[in-house]
Design a protein around this ligand. Structure first.
Ligand SMILES: [Zn+2]
Length: 137
């Protein structure tokens, strides 16, 4: 073994010890509903978990879904009950629309936002990352 080989082996060793490059700010993973149908109902199992992830009012999201899907809904503990059999991906597509509209910051595309209620039905999405404010229509 030449000293050149030794040197390269040493370099390999050194590089393998370097920590993995960490990107600035992890990518936001879009939460998804896990649901199943039972009779004429669609039951979202992880409603509460999704709510905790997006930090929005459970009523706000359930009303949105009720209106968008034109079905009565009911929050029951951790679950959300939709009074219709919904198959395919429609429920998750509506969730994604909601998140894009009411959770994601339009400026920096981060989900670290909260709703500021100014009364008289005027509400803003306030971004905790970049400080942007945007009125909700
Ligand atoms: Zn922002």
């Amino acid at each position: 073994m030449s000293s050149q080989d030794d040197y390269e082996q040493l370099l390999d060793k050194l590089y393998s010890k370097l920590p993995e490059k960490t990107s600035s700010g992890e990518r936001f993973e879009m939460p998804r509903f896990e649901f199943f149908t039972e009779g004429n109902k669609t039951i979202v199992k992880n409603y509460k978990a999704v709510i905790e992830k997006i930090r929005r009012d459970p009523e706000f999201l359930s009303k949105y879904l009720s209106k968008e899907l034109a079905v009565p809904v009911e929050v029951q503990g951790e679950r959300l009950i939709l009074q219709r059999r919904l198959t395919g991906d429609i429920v998750n597509r509506k969730l994604e629309d909601f998140i894009n509209k009411y959770v994601m910051c339009k400026e920096c595309k981060r989900p670290d936002t909260h709703i500021e209620d100014l009364g008289h039905k005027v509400r803003n999405i306030v971004c905790e990352a970049c400080g942007a404010r945007k009125a909700i229509r």
